[in-house]
Ligand binder design. Sequence first.
Ligand SMILES: [Mg+2]
Length: 293
Amino acid sequence: MPNEFDFIDWVRTRQSPSDRVILPAGDDLAILSGVPDALLVGIDQILDGVHFDSATHSPAAIGRKAMNRNLSDCAAMACLPLAAVVSLAMPRDLPATFAKELYEGMRTAGEKLGCAIVGGDTGAWAGKLAISVAILGRSDGVTPVRRSGAHAGDLVYVTGALGGSILARHMDFTPRIDEARALVSAHRITAMIDLSDGLSRDLAHICRESGVGAVIDADSVPVHADVARLPASNRTPLEHALHDGEDYELCFTSPDEVPSATRIGRIVSGHEIMLAQHGRKSPLVPLGFEHAF
Ligand SMILES: [Mg+2]
């Protein structure tokens, strides 16, 4: 599997231009034209042993996560979900009740935010459980927020607090759709992403797509209380907040003061992402996140 950034670049070279495609693959969701309001489309896959552990997590919790990851992508673009379709690859030895509870987890998570499951497919095989949820979103009066609109001088913000999601939050989180819609109605939001891969990596997506750099103020990064409850590791609390991933909060940029979120730094010209700490700046290198199931 190639580096994610390289892979996105490769996918882009394979896409044919179409006047039906306003924004192709590469952001949280793609944007299509041809409907009264713009239609947004994306898909997300979760795998047993990578994103969840079927030996410890309940089928309902696994289903909820599968749906909520897609709803979090809707939040990242400040769009509303329209409907979802689901593909399940089920191990042959799992009982039918497992599939039903999984579906109920997906259905109830979707319904909370007005997203119906309108179709799907299941298959049984000798492999592990894999779930793909494809989602359609609608912009509904709001210009979808892309990753590519950050400018030097914008401020960088996050919602919520970060790090330690592995304890529980990565399976049980609230997609920040309401918050995203409120943000875009009250402020100029120039770029946004949901924090699935960790602040350092997701901020790098914004900076890369926008052609800018950033300076993050270490003391401003909100560290979640879960970090203090983690088993001892070689990461500092700040490093957990910067790199752990699966916070499913929002990171966004704006030229405005945004009191409802935490300001953690600013966008600068160039392409370097730096961490300012103890009066010094050092490169903020994105670290991959990996669960240890
Ligand atoms: Mg995303």
